[in-house]
Structure formats: structure tokens, C-alpha cells
Ligand binder design. Structure first.
Ligand SMILES: Cc1cc2nc3c(=O)[nH]c(=O)nc-3n(C[C@H](O)[C@H](O)[C@H](O)COP(=O)(O)O)c2cc1C
Length: 406
């Protein structure tokens, strides 16, 4: 997503500046060419040399430096940026940006940047809550700036409150989202389910499965990066859901069904990557079941089929995690649930399926040849699935006659 995309990083005189060094490094590692502009206050806190060594490029600190390329073309940095972000942004710089002041290299460059632009404020909570700062923030939002954070938490002063720089993953996710605004899923509402459900037996025990949530999270992230507005419905997982989307956390299959029905209403795409329990305990014991020296019989009842019950003009993608007869079982599911696409994977393979970062999947769709993908990273699988989703959406625009349904 960031490969080869120019990022203009504006750095100001906030104590959170040390995090901007890491942000620059992470962006470079993601393949982005990064240009840095620093305010005079910022250079008093961290030397430009630090940023220079990280981004392997020029760091602009002075518009009137005759040795800088800005001496010849003071807007060069603004023109080559695909996305521009001020992180951290002081109250002072936000005020200048909101008013269109251009009295230093950062404010001038950002005023001249027509690419998507973001601001990540960081300051003391009293400064942040000051009516003038709030007015400036509102003005920036109204002008089309994407505002990331600030978070609530411990501040440099030792106080706890709003004003903490947003986590770097959140800033990077917002940068990726801003770059994807013109992507092939722009304007689309995509619902993704992820993780496994847990079906309670008593207050301490449950029936679960080994789904890690990684495949669903990769799909949600890829859809966000391609411009979609994403709702992620996730069962309990040990990894954090990606930022930049609406997240609904659920526990049981029945809760997931309710959330899917709510989120899928009016959506364009539903991708069910979650491993939803097929069965639940018929009765949930009110107290912990005691060990009484004899076997316990647990009666299980069938959970509803969530995908089957979602109706309407929505592209429906299912997953088939199979341990035998992969393609035959997936075909059966595709027909039974009347899906547009099924992604089948063999969960007994050590390098794919639950928990791993890679997956080897087969894509099966009505009226299409079966596509057997090689072993790929789950992020790559996600994009291949979304390529097919985009095709399905385009066929719908052309007309339903183009869609062969089982
Ligand atoms: C140690 C130190 C830490 C500071 N941290 C912040 C901060 O986190 N946020 C902020 O808005 N201002 C902070 N300031 C104040 C700004 O540096 C000051 O308002 C400055 O004029 C900002 O200039 P700039 O926006 O051009 O970078 C800090 C000042 C000092 C001395």
C-alpha cells in the first residue's frame, strides 16, 4: 500500500517528537519514500540528522537555506507527496494550519500540498481542551484534514487526560486509509467477520475453536486500504483488531448473527471469515458444573447459519475450513448457501489455516473455473479475494443478467 508512495512528514515541537523518529522508520520499512519538514522548535528537541539517517533523504528545516533544494523550488516537497501528515502536531502549528499561515517551511509546504493530509495532535490536556484549540481542530476537519487522535492516557507532565499522540499503528492505518480513498472499493460498505465464537457451557467453560482472527483481520485491513468503509465483527481473539474501521466484538454465534444482520443491512459486501461454532450447549449451567466423579453428558443444538439468512443485494463471500475433501465440501457449501464466492482452505496443512501467517486457498465461484492459489501471506490472500469481490461488484453494476447464480 505504501510502496513507492511519497509521504511528507511534518514534525513540530511537541515532546512526543521522539515517536516521530519511529514513525519515519516504520514508513520507510513499509517502502514509502519519506520527506521530512521540521519546525524550528522541533529541531531544538531532535536533530534533523536523526531523521536524515532514518529516511535517507533531505530534511527541510529552513525555507531560505540557499543550499537546500527548496531554495530553487520551495514547493517541491508539497508536489511530490502522495500523502502529508503532521505528527506530532503542536497546538501552535495546528492554529497556523487552520488559519492558512505560511511563515515557516512546514506551514508553507502543507498549505501548498493538495494530496490527502492528516494531523496527529499531541499536547497537554489543558492545551488540547482549550476552546481555541478545539475551534482550530474543528476548522481543520471542516477543511478536509483527517485528524488522528489524540488518545486519552498518561502525558509527559505525569497527568492523565486527552492529548497523547495516537499510537503509531493508528497513524499508519490512517495514512493507508487516506491513500486508499480513491481505491477500487471506495464508497463501498464492507462487512467482515473474523475469529472464532465461544459457546458457554457454564460461567467458566466454553466450547471454542482455534481460529486466530488473522485472515479476517487481513481482509478487513485490505478492504480499508482499498477505500472501503469497513465494519469488522470479531469473536474473542488474542490479537488487536486493525484501526480505521468500526469494530463490533461478540462472543457467541447468536451474538454474531445479530451483529451481522445489523451491519449487513445496506452494505455492499459481506465476507464471513469467522469460524462460527456449528453447535452450542442446549442449556448453560448457572453455576460451575462440579466434578462429581462421573461423566457428564452435554447436549448440543445447532446454531443458525448466519450467511444463509442474510438476504438482499449484497455480495456474499464464505470461507470453508475443511480437513478432508476440500473442494467437494466447499462446492457443496457454495451451492447450499447460494454464495457468490467461497474461499476454501485445508486447516490440517501446517503452513495454512488457523493461527499461521500464511494460507493456501482455493477460490470457487459459480460459473468460474476453480482458482487454486499458491501459499501466500494472509495479507496477499486478502487482496486476491478482494480482487474477486471488486469483479463481482462491477458485474452487479453492469446488470444482474451477468451473474450466474446456482
Ligand atoms: C519540552 C517541551 C515540550 C513541549 N511539548 C509540547 C507539546 O507536546 N505540544 C504542544 O502543543 N506544545 C508543546 N510545547 C510547546 C511548543 O514547543 C511551542 O508552542 C512551540 O512554539 C511550538 O512551535 P511549532 O509549532 O512551530 O513546532 C513544548 C515545549 C517544550 C519546551
Amino acid at each position: 500500500m505504501l510502496q513507492g508512495k511519497g509521504v511528507l512528514l511534518g514534525v513540530t515541537g511537541s515532546i512526543a517528537i521522539y515517536k516521530a523518529v519511529d514513525l519515519a522508520s516504520k514508513l520507510v520499512q513499509l517502502g514509502a519514500p519519506v520527506d521530512v519538514v521540521m519546525t524550528a522548535s522541533a529541531t531544538k528537541m531532535v536533530s534533523p540528522i536523526t531523521f536524515q539517517a532514518i529516511v535517507h533523504g533531505r530534511v527541510a528545516t529552513d525555507m531560505f537555506d540557499p543550499t537546500s533544494e527548496l531554495g530553487m523550488d520551495h514547493l517541491a516537497l508539497a508536489r511530490r507527496a502522495a500523502v502529508a501528515v503532521v505528527a506530532p502536531a503542536t497546538a501552535n502549528t495546528m492554529a497556523k494550519l487552520a488559519l492558512g499561515l505560511a511563515d515557516d517551511v512546514l506551514s508553507t509546504t502543507f498549505l501548498a500540498a493538495s494530496c490527502p493530509h492528516l494531523v496527529a495532535p499531541a499536547m497537554d490536556s489543558v492545551m488540547f481542551q482549550h476552546p481555541t484549540t478545539q475551534e482550530n481542530l474543528a476548522r481543520l476537519k471542516a477543511q478536509g484534514w483527517l485528524v488522528v487522535g489524540p488518545d486519552y492516557g498518561r502525558l509527559a507532565s505525569g497527568e492523565v487526560g486527552p492529548g497523547r499522540l495516537a499510537p503509531l499503528e493508528k497513524i499508519i492505518a490512517a495514512i493507508r486509509g487516506a491513500l486508499g480513498r480513491g481505491g477500487d472499493l471506495a464508497g463501498r460498505q464492507v462487512v467482515v467477520t473474523a475469529g472464532g465464537t465461544q459457546e458457554p457451557i457454564d460461567p467458566v467453560r466454553y466450547i471454542g475453536n482455534r481460529s486466530s482472527g488473522k485472515m479476517g483481520f487481513a481482509l478487513a485491513e485490505a478492504a480499508r486500504d482499498r477505500g472501503a468503509s469497513v465494519s469488522l465483527i470479531a469473536g474473542p481473539t488474542s490479537i488487536s483488531p486493525p484501526p480505521g474501521m468500526a469494530v463490533v466484538m461478540v462472543t457467541t454465534a447468536l451474538e454474531m448473527k445479530e451483529a451481522v444482520q445489523k451491519e449487513a443491512a445496506g452494505a455492499d459486501v459481506l465476507i464471513m471469515a469467522a469460524a462460527v461454532a456449528d453447535f452450542r450447549a442446549e442449556e448453560i449451567a448457572a453455576a460451575k458444573i462440579k466434578k462429581a466423579g462421573e461423566a457428564v453428558t452435554l447436549r448440543l443444538v445447532l446454531n443458525p447459519d448466519i450467511l444463509k439468512e442474510v438476504r438482499g443485494d449484497i455480495v456474499r463471500v464464505g470461507f470453508a475450513a475443511e480437513s478432508e475433501e476440500l473442494e467437494a465440501n466447499a462446492q457443496k457449501k457454495l451451492l447450499e448457501k447460494r454464495l457468490d464466492l467461497i474461499v476454501a482452505n485445508d486447516i490440517t496443512a501446517p503452513d495454512s489455516g488457523f493461527g499461521s501467517d500464511t494460507n493456501r486457498v482455493v477460490l470457487i465461484a459459480p460459473g468460474r473455473e476453480i482458482e487454486r492459489l499458491p501459499l501466500l501471506l494472509k495479507t496477499q490472500v486478502a487482496h486476491r479475494v478482494l480482487d474477486r469481490v471488486v469483479e463481482l461488484l462491477m458485474r452487479r453494476v453492469v446488470g444482474p443478467a451477468g451473474i450466474e447464480r446456482p
